[in-house]
Ligand binder design. Structure first.
Ligand code: GDP
Length: 286
């Protein structure tokens, strides 16, 4: 058997979560077009025959600015121990710049093979892709560079084959049917947060977190925390319209996850400065 761990690295919003889902065939972390969405470590697992590829979808590799981002950096450090390959993801639509080089410096100093995925090629003309490939190639001594589209699946199969070819001999770390090691409570909270992010404006996303407080007999209770009263009002909406909409969209996904009908109860609470409160972050599992 060949098996191993691939750490997925890259600036926020380059498409890491989407690519992990495309590589494993399952939805792993939540996806949103707002930065700083992926906060937790989430493993996507691809098992086929005598091969097991474990992908660790890392939180944003930004410089820490508060307790939350500090913890995110610590999560990255912990996740980097014992990895076999790094998958460095770049967004070919954006200029490959200082942010990417910041991540690349760290990645190329780890002493494991680095595979670069130049993502979002569905949005670019061929000529431009070639130019971006040249810039990407200058980032460091990489094993392979794959232009891909996580969205259309273009190039994803070849990328997966290449990652698999770099795996050492090893055991199956997860049962074949398991596709993620994220607890079901966390997955539910993320599904709710995903819809909350989608339905609210700029100022809310970074200040938002969700916690499952009860799952019993198809009754799922989730608290949504904001930092301020005004953010809470936005999330609740006029006569509860926004929070109701969040529930309407999140419920089918939760039902699919649990394999049963659920009654979803959402409660919005303002919890001032939750991002600076280490005890609270611990409780929320962030
Ligand atoms: P992450 O922060 O790096 O995990 O990025 P996400 O996976 O959350 O993706 C950020 C945004 O880019 C989302 O809106 C995705 O739908 C979008 N995206 C990801 N991959 C692609 C792609 O291959 N093509 C296009 N057009 N958009 C993509």
């Amino acid at each position: 058997m060949h098996s191993g761990f691939v750490a997925v690295a890259g600036r926020p919003n380059v498409g890491k979560s989407t690519l992990v889902s495309a590589l494993t065939g399952v939805k792993v972390a939540i996806v949103s077009d707002k930065p700083h969405t992926t906060r937790r470590r989430a493993n996507g697992v691809y098992t086929s025959g005598d091969v097991q590829l474990v992908l660790t979808d890392l939180p944003g590799w930004q410089r820490p600015i508060d307790k939350l981002t500090e913890r995110m950096r610590d999560t990255v450090d912990a996740a980097l121990e014992g990895i076999d390959v790094v998958l460095l993801v770049l967004d070919c639509r954006a200029r490959i710049g200082a942010g990417d080089r910041f991540v690349a410096r760290r990645v190329f100093s780890l002493g494991v093979p680095v595979v670069i995925a130049l993502n979002k090629i569905d949005r670019l003309k061929h000529g431009h892709v070639a130019t971006q490939m040249k810039t990407a190639a200058a980032l460091g001594d990489f094993h392979a560079l794959h232009p891909v589209s996580a969205k259309t699946g273009d190039g994803v199969g070849e990328l997966r084959d290449d990652l698999i070819s770099l795996l050492p001999e090893g055991p199956a770390y997860f049962p074949a049917e398991q596709t993620s090691d994220v607890p079901v409570e966390v997955q539910i909270a993320e599904l709710v947060r995903e819809q909350a992010l989608r339905l609210t404006r700029e100022e809310v996303p970074h200040a938002l977190t969700a916690e499952v407080v009860e799952i019993e007999d198809g009754h799922v209770r989730v608290n949504l925390y904001t930092e301020t009263e005004s953010q809470k009002q936005i999330l609740v909406g006029k006569r509860g319209a926004v929070v109701r909409e969040i529930g309407t969209w999140a419920r089918p996904a939760i039902e699919q996850l649990l394999g049963r009908r659920v009654f979803l109860e959402l409660v919005v609470k303002a919890l001032p400065r939750w991002r600076r409160n280490a005890t609270l972050l611990e409780r929320l599992g962030l």
